[in-house]
Ligand binder design. Structure first.
Ligand SMILES: [Zn+2]
Ligand SMILES: [Zn+2]
Length: 164
């Protein structure tokens, strides 16, 4: 593939595709250890509960997301792409559906928290959806009413001040 001819958008999609489909075993194992490092900080990982990331593990730049840069090499050079914790966690656990991978690549779908708590690490509270649906969930937490097909877990929402 002649990468020099790719537009910035095409190169971004190429990097996402590579990271979601073609990471080596050792690259995947490294990411697994990173994910486990977060999960290990939650002593009781109950299925239904929010697994709120401890403050000490949160990024110092509070951008409302926990993200990870993935690095990989091709024959000529190195590449970097950054994903939300939830996407990496679903990926390395083999729980990121193919249809979702495609939409992350083609339509910039993103990680969304059904519980509305951005520091929650529980994969059962993750979904992959468009940015507009993700943002529309904020209204449900405010009104305490939800019409989404995949319902918001309204009762789990905590005030932002309790998260970070
Ligand atoms: Zn949660
Ligand atoms: Zn909702």
């Amino acid at each position: 593939m002649a990468k020099r001819s790719l537009s910035p958008d095409e190169y971004l999609r190429w990097r996402k595709h590579h990271a979601l489909y073609r990471l080596s075993h050792s690259e995947t194992e490294k990411l697994k250890r990173w994910v486990r490092g977060y999960w290990d900080t939650i002593p009781d990982r109950e299925n239904d509960a929010c697994w709120l990331c401890p403050h000490s593990k949160l990024p110092s730049a509070r951008g409302g997301r926990i993200s990870k840069s993935v690095y990989f090499r091709t024959s000529t050079r190195g590449h970097q792409i950054s994903f939300n914790f939830g996407i990496i966690a679903l990926l390395v656990e083999g729980r990121l559906r193919n249809s979702h991978k495609k939409m992350i690549i083609k339509e910039s779908w993103e990680l969304s928290h059904l519980c509305g708590n951005w520091t929650c690490l529980n994969p059962r509270h993750f979904t992959i959806e468009s940015g507009s649906i993700n943002r529309s969930r904020k209204t449900c937490f405010r009104r305490y009413r939800c019409d989404h097909n995949l319902p918001c877990k309204i009762e789990k929402k905590r005030p932002l001040s309790e998260l970070a």
